[in-house]
Design a protein around this ligand. Structure first.
Ligand SMILES: Cc1ncc(COP(=O)(O)O)c(C=O)c1O
Length: 371
């Protein structure tokens, strides 16, 4: 059996009529950029997330950097994130001209560790960018407390966890703004690139709206900005998909439970940890080999059995070749947990349209490894 890592076409086929109808509506409207479908999707996203404003942008990386620019962050301002996020989180900090301060993640969820954040704050620190890694919220209450003590902005990088929540908070409740990515493989993904910012802050809303469109909100009037808009075709695809996001999250959670049950007795690996009361939406079902030295062997074994397992992310930001490319960056504190995560992580196939047979085949492969 072959088990794919992604189910893009399966998902398309499952709601083909809804997606095709929206694409056709956009094509027939004659308005493809900043048109009515974008407006409609922004209203739907704001309503879904419980935010006052949602702004579609070109991708999830720009969503972060444009938010920082809208907040007025500038060169020399320190922005704290963690070393084992996707590269784009740090990249966006550099795009906004700020200094990326990398701290460690915690030992169990691999989300940012508030104790490491507390130790890394200086008078130059201006913002925190927690990432809801793999589909589970970062510990936002502790981060909010730090932000209040030190007067910091908080931008949630929610590229991986739409529809997740914490034990007593929802995404967006404890921050200045939330950013997300709609790239193909995300839990809410289009057939290409896309992203959004959502916020209750009118200044961020106005700033990002202007920055995404060549610094313009009125024809022929410009200030410095970028071309980073969410095209109407993508907005239409996302509008159709947004209606299914909760049902798809439930399927991801069902497959995660099946993996949990089937793999709980395998001593050589550690399973994902869901914080009590949190709703993890398993953008990725990330296991770790107990011994880092086992990772490549298990990964090769699974690939050899037709299982398209991958790694997220096997090289942390500070170990990328050439780091930091002349950009302003600093590591604060040891990064032992992030490095262990990178050395031992394996992502198992995880998407809503998996079948029980496919999940069981993966479980069977892992349980029979080295037997
Ligand atoms: C945590 C995280 N942040 C930012 C991004 C950047 O999003 P994009 O690829 O849409 O620019 C991604 C995904 O790609 C991501 O996983």
């Amino acid at each position: 059996m072959n088990v794919p890592f992604y189910g893009h076409t399966r998902q398309y086929h499952s709601i083909k009529n809804e997606i095709d109808a929206n694409i056709s509506r956009v094509l027939e409207s004659g308005q493809y950029v900043m048109g009515p479908m974008l407006k409609q999707f922004e209203a739907e996203l704001a309503a879904y997330t419980g935010s006052k404003h949602a702004i579609g942008v070109g991708n999830g990386t720009d969503a972060i950097s444009l938010t920082m620019m809208a907040l007025g962050l500038k060169p020399g301002d320190e922005v704290i994130t963690h070393a084992n996020t996707f590269f784009a989180t740090a990249e966006a900090i550099w795009m906004a001209g700020c200094k990326a301060v990398l701290v460690d993640c915690d030992e169990t969820t691999r989300c940012i560790d508030p104790a490491r954040v507390a130790a890394a704050i200086t008078p130059r620190t201006k913002a925190l960018v927690p990432v809801h890694l793999y589909g589970q919220c970062a510990p936002m209450r502790a981060l909010r407390r730090l932000a209040d003590q030190h007067h910091l902005f908080v931008i949630e990088d929610n590229a991986q966890a739409i529809d997740a929540c914490g034990d007593d908070f929802r995404i967006g409740e404890l921050s200045d703004a939330v950013t997300t990515s709609f790239i193909i493989q995300k839990n809410l993904g289009t057939f290409g690139d896309g992203g959004a910012v959502y916020t209750d802050d009118a200044q961020i809303d106005a700033g990002v709206r202007k920055l995404r469109n060549h610094g313009s909100t009125q024809r022929d009037h410009h200030s410095f900005g970028f071309n980073s808009r969410l095209d109407d075709i993508h907005a239409g695809i996302l509008s159709a998909k947004l209606k299914h996001i909760t049902e798809w999250s439930e399927l991801r959670r069902k497959w995660a439970s099946r993996y949990d049950a089937g793999l709980s007795g395998v001593d050589s690996i550690v399973l994902p940890h869901q914080r009590p009361g949190y709703r993890h939406v398993y953008h990725l079902y990330e296991i770790e080999t107990r011994a880092s030295a086992d990772r490549d062997a298990l990964l090769a074994y699974l690939n050899g059995k037709g299982i398209d397992a991958k790694t997220h992310y096997s090289i942390p930001i500070h170990k990328q070749a050439g780091y930091p490319w002349g950009k302003d960056a600093e590591i604060r504190g040891p990064l032992a947990n992030a490095e262990k995560n990178s050395a031992s992580c394996i992502s198992l196939p995880m998407f809503p349209e998996l079948t029980a047979d496919e999940v069981d085949y993966v479980i069977e492969a892992i349980t029979s490894w080295r037997k």
